[in-house]
Design a protein around this ligand. Structure first.
Ligand code: ADP
Length: 607
C-alpha cells in the first residue's frame, strides 16, 4: 500500500476542521457583535444629540416668543449667542430656521452670510410642515465622510415656530467600529494560529493510534503478526487499539491453525498411495498430489490450471458437468499394446449448503493389477474348461462308438478302451496338477524340508531317467564331485526336476544330448538342464512359466502335457526362496535353470 502523503493525511484534515470551525465561529460572533455594537453606538450618538437639540429648541423657543423692543438685541443676535454655546467636536453646523423657512442663525463662522436666506433643505421643510423630527445619513460629497442630518421642529403651544437643522459627524462612530473590527480580525488571526498549533498537537492523540493501526494492518497483510498497537488511553480509540490487538492475536491463531491444517492435508495427500486432484468450480486443476502426477506421468507446472477433463483425456466423452453428475467411478484405460494400465477415478463434488458447486475432488486408483488378476482368473477358468473339454469330447465319441456296437469288435474295442483310458489319465493328471497349484496358491501346503546333498539328489533323478529314456539320446553330467548340502523339500524338488528333465527329453530330437549342470555360487546353487531341441521363440521365453501356456499347443498336447508343469515348478521353487528361468536359441536348444538358496555356514554346522 502507498504511503499516505501529508496533504492527504487524516492529521491535516483534523487541523483543517479545527481551523475552519474556529473561523466560522469567529465570523458568526464577529458579524453579530459588530452589528450590535454599531447599532448601539449609532443610537447613543443620535440620542445624545437629540437631547442636546431638544434643549437648544427649548432655549430658542424662549427667544423666539420673547417680546422685543428697540433696545433689546435682535432675534438673530440672541440666536447667535445661543449657538455659540452650542458647540461640540462631533457637530459640524447647527442652523436655526423660522417658520417661514428663513435661516436666522448658523453656528458656522464662515457661513454667516446665509443668514436671512430661505432654506431649501427638504428635511427642514418637512419638519416645519409636519412638526416632527426627520433625520438621515449622507455622504459628504466634499470630504467623502458620513454625516448625520437632523431637522427638529421648535414648537410653542403645539405650533411650529421654527426648526433646528443639525449636521453631525457620525463618521467618528464608524471609525470606532473600524478599530473594533481590526481588533476582532487580529484576535481571530491569533485564535486561528493557536488553534492550528493546538490542533496539530491534539490531532496527534487521535491520529497516532490510527497510524499505528494502519502500519500494523500493513505488516499483517505481509504475514507479520508480531507487532502490537500501543494503547495510549481507554477512550474509544484506545478500545479500538485494544480490540485491534485482540483481533491480531485471533488472526494469528487462525492463521496458525489454517497453516497446520494445510500442512496436515498436504502430508496426508503426499503420503497417500491414491492420486488426488482438486479443481475449482470451472474444472481447472488447483491441487494435485505426487502419486497423481506419477500415475498420469505429468509435471505439476504443466498441469496446474489445466482443465481436468483434458488432463484425464476425457474431453471426447465427458464435459466437466457430466463428471459432476457422475455417480459411478470412471475407468481410465491408458493401456498400450504391450502394457496394460488402467486407473479408476472417483469424483466427489465440493458443494456449499446452497448447492453451489465449488469444485471437484477426483481420487485416482491404479487398478491395473486388479484388472490383470481378474483377466487371469477369467483366462484360467476358460483354460481349465477347454483342457477338460478336449479329453471329455474324445472319450464321449469313443464311448459312443463302443456303445453303438464297437465293443463286439475284438480288434477295435481294446484300442478304443485304451484311448479312453489315456484320456482319463490325462484328466486325472490335469486335475492333480490343478490341485497342486491350488494348494500352492492358498499356501496350505507348507514345505517339509530336510538337509540333503543336492548333487546325489540330482544324480539319482538323472539315473532314473537314464533307464527309461530313448536310447538315441545321450546324457552329459557336469556335476561337482563333492557334496553340496542344502535345505529343500525333497518331494517337491523331485517333481520340479522331473518336470524339467521330462520336458527336455520331450523336446529333444533323435540323437540329441541333454546336459546337466550344477553351478555352485556364493549364496546359491544353480541347477541347469540343457537340451538340443526345438528351442523357444524369444518373445515367449518368460511365458512358459504361465499356467496353461504352450508354445505349440497342438504338438505339446499330443505329447501329453497339461501346460501346468512349469507353472507348478515355478511356484515350488519360489516357495523355496529360489528362482527359475529359461534361456533358449530357437532351433538349437533350451536351458532351464533354477536357483536355490545356499548358506555355506549352515552347511558347515550340519556336517
Ligand atoms: P507341458 O506339460 O505342456 O510340457 P510345461 O509347463 O512343462 O507344460 O511347459 C510349458 C511349455 O513350455 C511347453 O508346452 C513347451 O512349449 C515349452 N517348453 C518347456 N520346456 C521346453 C523345452 N525344453 N524345449 C522347448 N520347449 C519347452
Amino acid at each position: 500500500m502507498k504511503k499516505v502523503g501529508f496533504f492527504r493525511s487524516i492529521h491535516l484534515k483534523f487541523v483543517l476542521i479545527y481551523v475552519l470551525l474556529i473561523l466560522i465561529a469567529m465570523q458568526i460572533i464577529g458579524v453579530y457583535f459588530v452589528q450590535q455594537l454599531e447599532d448601539t453606538l449609532v443610537t447613543n450618538f443620535k440620542t445624545s444629540l437629540h437631547q442636546r437639540v431638544n434643549l437648544l429648541a427649548y432655549s430658542l423657543k424662549e427667544e423666539m416668543i420673547k417680546e422685543r423692543d428697540e433696545e433689546s438685541p435682535s432675534l438673530e443676535e440672541d440666536v447667535r449667542k445661543l449657538l455659540k454655546d452650542f458647540k461640540a467636536a462631533d457637530i459640524s453646523e447647527v442652523r436655526v430656521v423660522d417658520s417661514r423657512s428663513r435661516i436666522i442663525g448658523t453656528s458656522s463662522q464662515n457661513k454667516q452670510d446665509i443668514i436671512g436666506q430661505r432654506t431649501t433643505e427638504i428635511l427642514v421643510k418637512r419638519a416645519l410642515a409636519v412638526g416632527q423630527d426627520y433625520d438621515r445619513v449622507f455622504i459628504d460629497p466634499n470630504t467623502g465622510h458620513r454625516i448625520w442630518v437632523l431637522s427638529s421642529p421648535i414648537k410653542s403651544n403645539k405650533e411650529v415656530i421654527g426648526s433646528i437643522y443639525l449636521i453631525a459627524k457620525i463618521e467618528t462612530v464608524f471609525e470606532q467600529m473600524k478599530v473594533v473590527n481590526s481588533i476582532l480580525a487580529s484576535g481571530t488571526a491569533i485564535a486561528l494560529v493557536i488553534t492550528a498549533i493546538l490542533g496539530v498537537l491534539l490531532a496527534q492523540t487521535i491520529t497516532r493510534p490510527i497510524s499505528d493501526m494502519r502500519k500494523q494492518a500493513l505488516a499483517m497483510s505481509k504475514g507479520n503478526f508480531s507487532r502490537k498497537v500501543k494503547v495510549y488511553g481507554y477512550d474509544e480509540i484506545g478500545q479500538l487499539a485494544q480490540t485491534f490487538n485482540n483481533l491480531t492475536k485471533k488472526l494469528q491463531e487462525a492463521q496458525a491453525t489454517t497453516e497446520g491444517e494445510r500442512r496436515k492435508l498436504s502430508s496426508v495427500l503426499s503420503y497417500m498411495t491414491d492420486g488426488v486432484i482438486a479443481t475449482d468450480r470451472k474444472g481447472r486443476v488447483i491441487l494435485i498430489n505426487e502419486p497423481a502426477l506419477e500415475m498420469l506421468n505429468v509435471s505439476r507446472e504443466t498441469v496446474l490450471s489445466k482443465p481436468l477433463i483434458e488432463l484425464l483425456g476425457l474431453s471426447e466423452d465427458y464435459t466437466f458437468e457430466d463428471l459432476i453428475q457422475e455417480q459411478d467411478s470412471v475407468i481410465l484405460d491408458y493401456s498400450t499394446n504391450n502394457e496394460p494400465y488402467i486407473l479408476r477415478a472417483n469424483c466427489s463434488v465440493i458443494q456449499k449448503e446452497t448447492g453451489f458447486v465449488n469444485g471437484l475432488i477426483t481420487v485416482l486408483h491404479d487398478i491395473t493389477e486388479q484388472e490383470k488378476i481378474e483377466m487371469e482368473r477369467r483366462e484360467f477358468v476358460a483354460n481349465v474348461s477347454h483342457e477338460l473339454r478336449t479329453p471329455l469330447t474324445t472319450m464321449r465319441s469313443y464311448l459312443d462308438a463302443l456303445a453303438d456296437g464297437a465293443w463286439k469288435d475284438q480288434e477295435i474295442a481294446p484300442k478304443f478302451l485304451e484311448v479312453t483310458q489315456n484320456e482319463t489319465e490325462r484328466m486325472i493328471r490335469l486335475v492333480n496338477d490343478l490341485l497342486k497349484l491350488s494348494k500352492m496358491d492358498s499356501k496350505d501346503e507348507a514345505l517339509t524340508t530336510s538337509w540333503i546333498d543336492i548333487v546325489s539328489f540330482f544324480n539319482r533323478i538323472i539315473d532314473r531317467f537314464e533307464l527309461t529314456k530313448n536310447e538315441t539320446i545321450t546324457f552329459k553330467r557336469l556335476l561337482p564331485k563333492h557334496s553340496i548340502v542344502i535345505e529343500i523339500d525333497e518331494d517337491k524338488m523331485t517333481q520340479v526336476v522331473d518336470n524339467i528333465i521330462s520336458n527336455a527329453l520331450k523336446y529333444s530330437p533323435e540323437g540329441g544330448q541333454v546336459t546337466f549342470r550344477i553351478i555352485e555360487q556364493e549364496e546359491q546353487i544353480v541347477l541347469c538342464v540343457t537340451d538340443q531341441g526345438v528351442g523357444i521363440p524369444k518373445e515367449n521365453i518368460n511365458k512358459i512359466f504361465d499356467r496353461f501356456y504352450r508354445v505349440d499347443k497342438a504338438r505339446t498336447r499330443k505329447l501329453g502335457g497339461t501346460g501346468l508343469g512349469l507353472a507348478i515348478a515355478k511356484e515350488m521353487v519360489l516357495a523355496h526362496g529360489g528362482d527359475i528361468w529359461a534361456t533358449s536359441k530357437e532351433g538349437r536348444g533350451t536351458t532351464i535353470s533354477l536357483s536355490l538358496p545356499y548358506d555355506r555356514s549352515k552347511e558347515d554346522d550340519w556336517s
